[in-house]
Design a protein around this ligand. Structure first.
Ligand SMILES: Nc1ncnc2c1ncn2[C@@H]1O[C@H](COP(=O)(O)OP(=O)(O)O)[C@@H](O)[C@H]1O
Ligand SMILES: [Mg+2]
Length: 154
């Protein structure tokens, strides 16, 4: 299923992130959520809102240079990943990709690794829409589809 949302301003993106966090299951081990969209479309804003809703109180630095920012939260482990600088899909191994299976991998610039779509649970596509943004959520697995049905943000 696909969920189409209009995000008129930044607070709507924050609300979607909060709703996405609340809709997560108790255990997120092995979950992969792709955040796709051009520069400035709101991928990091969405990730930040999710992390805050899950209880993270500090800053949420961009993983552009570190590639992975891990968050050990009270109930969940989240890996915020940015693949912008990945050139070869094999580079994922150097990131410790398989060591991240104990948590939720939240991936910006997933299109750098085309095979990822076949592994992911949820695809979030963000785009510019007037002064705001629009988001499309698509469940790619059974559990991803059930998850999307639980996301009711605005
Ligand atoms: N729904 C929205 N409407 C207008 N501006 C938004 C919306 N959501 C986020 N923004 C703004 O757009 C920018 C998005 O930046 P960022 O989240 O870093 O994008 P990305 O990670 O996709 O490059 C921020 O300045 C943010 O405040
Ligand atoms: Mg970003």
């Amino acid at each position: 299923m696909t969920l189409d949302l209009s995000l008129g301003d930044r607070s709507d993106t924050d609300r979607l992130g909060a709703a996405m966090a609340r809709a997560l299951p108790e255990s997120v081990a092995g979950w992969i959520v792709l955040l796709q969209g051009e520069l400035g479309s709101g991928k990091s804003t969405l990730a930040r809102a999710m992390l805050r809703t899950l209880g993270h109180t500090g800053t949420v630095p961009s993983p552009t240079y570190t590639l992975v920012e891990p968050y050990q939260l009270s109930k969940k482990t989240i890996y915020h990943v940015d693949l912008y600088r990945i050139v070869n899909p094999e580079d994922l191994d150097f990131l410790g990709w398989s060591d991240m299976e104990d948590g939720l991998r939240l991936i910006e610039w997933p299109e750098r690794v085309p095979d990822l779509a076949g592994q992911a649970d949820v695809l979030v596509e963000l785009r510019y829409a007037g002064n705001g943004r629009a988001a499309e959520l698509t469940g790619l697995t059974d559990r991803g589809r059930k998850y999307c049905a639980r996301v009711t943000p605005l």
